[in-house]
Design a protein around this ligand. Structure first.
Ligand SMILES: Cc1cc2nc3c(=O)[nH]c(=O)nc-3n(C[C@H](O)[C@H](O)[C@H](O)COP(=O)(O)OP(=O)(O)OC[C@H]3O[C@@H](n4cnc5c(N)ncnc54)[C@H](O)[C@@H]3O)c2cc1C
Length: 453
């Protein structure tokens, strides 16, 4: 039996679902609101420079299935493999290793002392039973001490989250904030090299077309099933089973639409769940691309800019290091990420110059010698983990998961802090779950069933 499946959203998650279900012979329609596929993983090429529109994206996965899938996807043009080289710009004279606690010996001596003392004091306090705080700001001091909080964690996290850190929770931290053992921190403080964060020590990136070429390739076999410029505005369950999406009938809906938008789209959400969905918080990322002369090239993959004087940028990516084809010969590119809550920063020439000026203050480029600039704002980019995040999300998902034939998936489709590889993996998981359901009549037979009862 063939099922009619609507997929809302043409980012990595939706595209992967479309491909997998179409391979099984199902009748798939994918609706994408934008004029292009790829979601946050889109890229564009401007004057020979490749620009990943939502900031620095790399291919890295711990999921064997995704790694094998990528290898097959790029069988004709293997991806570029890079050893990760990341730094933190502490001040004009100190570009230190990442993570910060493994770089204490590279700091000015007085900062090293403050940080090391803080790490030891925090360690002793925890050993004496200091309870783990529930808010992020207190957690930073509890875990890393006052020096690391002042010199890196607080300024960096305030810059990226645009939020009072005390209003944020800690449930998202595991696996995302590096956790250095005390011995390593002390050795680092004395100047020894300690390894620190080995996660993503090597990554891949497509040779041509930027990060988006992954998703262009995923979409290739299903390009005729994709409707661009179609923002899904209405989804409702049919009384006899199945769904109506913008007037079309389907057996199943796979929604990657951000949960906070769903109450305006999905009929029949319980008021409590709709209210919780509307209160989920997120942040945008504006990405600024600067073409520069090769003399401004650096060997780094990306550099964190924690301090205010370095301008609004929280991270720059040396995108031309990811693939030799990301910039014209003899040129390099630097991409800056600026997060925002609500209104994006100005993307005009003046706005770009302002961001570039911060990078000039940081010694990374010369505003009068840029070869090109480009900018793009992505309003829904990061989940903000406020303190009641989990209870809000659980309320929303409990309601949605109870709706037969509706499957929510994706970074904002389920509000899970997933990179694109995890989105592909979740699509593979859902596909495996749906396979028997759809094969054994989960689909409503086009000829008879499914009419209004
Ligand atoms: C700064 C930053 C850096 C990142 N770095 C990496 C990295 O290095 N590696 C990595 O793998 N991942 C990275 N990610 C994560 C990656 O971008 C996401 O995991 C991935 O794009 C999520 O895919 P998705 O399909 O779930 O959602 P999205 O990419 O957000 O796609 C959702 C799509 O749904 C569409 N849509 C929304 N509403 C509607 C509607 N009503 N109707 C129709 N369409 C709709 C949107 O237009 C969009 O195209 C990064 C993200 C950010 C913000």
């Amino acid at each position: 039996m063939t099922a009619r499946v609507c997929i809302a959203g043409g980012g990595p998650t939706g595209l992967m679902m479309a491909r997998l279900l179409a391979e099984d012979g199902h009748d798939v329609s994918l609706y994408e609101a934008a004029s292009e596929i790829g979601g946050l993983c889109r890229s564009r090429v401007v004057d020979g420079y490749t620009f990943d529109l939502a900031g620095g994206h790399i291919m890295f996965t711990k999921d064997r299935r995704v790694a094998d899938f990528w290898t097959k996807l790029f069988h004709d043009e293997p991806c570029v493999v890079t050893e990760r080289q990341t730094r933190i710009l502490h001040d004009a004279d100190h570009l230190v290793s990442y993570p910060f606690e493994n770089a204490l010996g590279e700091l000015p001596l007085e900062h090293n002392l403050e940080c090391t003392e803080g790490v030891i004091r925090a360690h002793l306090a925890r050993q004496a039973g200091a309870p783990e705080p529930a808010d992020f700001e207190s957690w930073i001091r509890w875990k890393m001490g006052d020096g690391v909080a002042e010199h890196f964690m607080n300024p960096y996290n305030r810059k990226i989250w645009k939020s009072d850190l005390a209003s944020m929770g800690t449930a998202w931290i595991a696996g995302r904030v590096p956790d250095a053992p005390l011995e390593d921190v002390l050795q680092a403080s004395l100047g020894a090299t300690t390894e620190g964060y080995t996660h993503q020590s090597q990554f891949q990136y497509p040779l041509t077309g930027g990060f988006s070429s992954i998703h262009q390739r995923i979409a290739d076999p299903v390009s005729d099933r994709i409707q661009l410029n179609h923002r899904v505005e209405h989804m409702a369950q049919r009384p006899g089973g199945g769904w109506i999406v913008d007037g079309e009938e389907f057996d199943h809906v796979i929604s990657t639409i951000p949960l906070h938008v769903l109450p305006d789209v999905l009929e029949g959400m319980e008021p409590g769940a709709a209210d919780a969905a509307r209160k989920l918080q997120y942040r945008g990322v504006a990405a600024f691309l600067f073409g520069v002369e090769e003399e401004f090239a650096q060997p780094w993959s990306w550099v964190y800019l924690p301090h205010k004087e370095q301008g609004p940028t929280n991270r720059v990516t040396y995108l031309s290091n990811y693939s030799p084809r990301n910039a014209p010969t003899g040129k390099a590119s630097i991409m800056a990420e600026v997060t925002y809550a609500g209104t994006p920063p100005s993307l005009t020439d003046a706005g770009r110059r302002e961001v570039a000026s911060g990078l000039q203050n940081a010694g990374l480029l010369d505003v009068d010698r840029l070869t090109i600039t480009d900018a793009h704002a992505n309003p829904v980019s990061y989940i903000l983990y406020d303190r009641d995040f989990e209870s809000k999300r659980d309320t929303v998902l409990a309601c949605l998961d109870a709706m037969e034939g509706l499957h929510t998936l994706g970074r904002f489709g389920r509000y899970e802090y997933h990179n694109s590889d995890q989105c592909l993996a979740r699509a593979m998981d859902l596909h495996a779950q749906l396979l028997p359901v759809l094969a054994q009549g989960g689909g409503v037979d086009k000829g008879q069933g499914g009419d209004d009862a």
